[in-house]
Design a protein around this ligand. Structure first.
Ligand SMILES: Nc1ncnc2c1ncn2[C@@H]1O[C@H](COP(=O)(O)OP(=O)(O)O)[C@@H](O)[C@H]1O
Ligand SMILES: [Mg+2]
Length: 281
């Protein structure tokens, strides 16, 4: 008589509502006296993989900067709770062959800003050890151990990108903001980095918000996409957003989404002002 009601209560108790790592509600952004986009709604939960898509110049990088807090919202709300720790990889940086900073030192730079306080010898040693462990763990997480001690300028594009990713991961963020991390990588490296990001989401529960020029390398790993165009945005599962009807409505002009035999999406017929988006043109 005593056990049954308890079991019942446990079975039917509603699961606590998940707390998003970020939320945009009716958000708008102005830069240089111009509204880039408005009415953007987006919710990202823990462990979700979200792509930000759209033509060049539409405001994708600016969206990432609003999430970082470096560009304010002109309207609406952008909520990134205090418990959300952000790791950020800016739009493609590359290193000349002559750059001698080692990968491991580059990753350690990601810890800067976490070293405050008065130096205390014993404590410093412990802190240094903890930092070293974190740097090693981040390098291991991206599979860069074999070349982390090489000068970054001597690493390939894919190796450099892994080390930059390790730099963004070294503070153990709960939200990773990546601005076109696959840009200028060859196809095998694009797939490898996409697989790595998928694993970071699934296994480590990190949310990834990634600006992408071409959605195809990450398509089957995505939980949702945000497609920006014509100063507006539509967010949702990839199938519900990247289709002819939704994009035609968003662009206000006929747009067709085709699926190739190998499952890639090709968006055709986007208006003139989208000149060089690799996803669609
Ligand atoms: N601080 C700024 N002041 C004025 N214009 C800006 C500023 N930042 C970005 N822009 C402009 O806003 C537009 C969107 O930029 P961006 O977010 O970089 O686009 P995307 O990443 O989608 O290519 C561009 O036309 C860019 O020149
Ligand atoms: Mg950009």
């Amino acid at each position: 008589m005593t056990a049954a009601p308890i079991e019942h209560a446990m079975a039917t108790a509603p699961a606590p509502a998940p707390i998003p790592v970020l939320e945009l509600r009716g958000a708008a952004v102005r830069v240089g006296g111009r509204t880039l986009w408005s009415d953007v709604d987006l919710t990202v939960q823990a462990g979700e993989f979200t792509a930000v898509l759209g033509p060049n110049g539409v405001g994708k990088s600016t969206l990432v900067k609003t999430l970082l807090g470096s560009v304010p919202a002109a309207a609406g709300e952008i909520r990134v709770p205090n418990h959300t720790r952000i790791g950020y990889l800016p739009q493609r940086r590359s290193f000349d062959a002559g750059v001698r900073v080692r990968g491991i030192d580059l990753v350690r730079l990601g810890l800067d800003g976490h070293r405050w306080g008065i130096p205390v010898p014993g404590l410093n040693r412990a802190r240094r050890r903890a930092e070293r462990d974190r740097v090693e763990a981040a390098i291991e997480q991206v599979g860069a151990t074999a070349y982390a001690h090489r000068p970054i300028g001597q690493c390939s594009g894919g190796e450099q990108q892994r080390l930059l990713l390790a730099q963004a991961l070294v503070t153990r963020p709960s939200l990773l903001l990546l601005d076109e991390p696959l840009d200028s990588l060859d196809l095998p490296n694009q797939s490898a980095i996409a697989a790595l990001l998928g694993r970071i989401c699934r296994e480590d529960g990190v949310s990834v918000v990634m600006v992408a020029h071409d959605v195809n390398p990450i398509l089957h790993r995505l939980d949702q996409v945000v497609y920006l165009a014509e100063g507006r945005a539509v967010a949702g599962p990839p199938d519900q957003v990247i289709n002819s009807d939704t994009l035609t409505r968003l662009y206000g002009a006929p747009v067709e989404v085709l699926r190739t035999a190998d499952g890639r999406l090709v968006v055709v017929g986007v208006p003139e002002d989208c000149r060089s988006c690799g996803t669609c043109c």
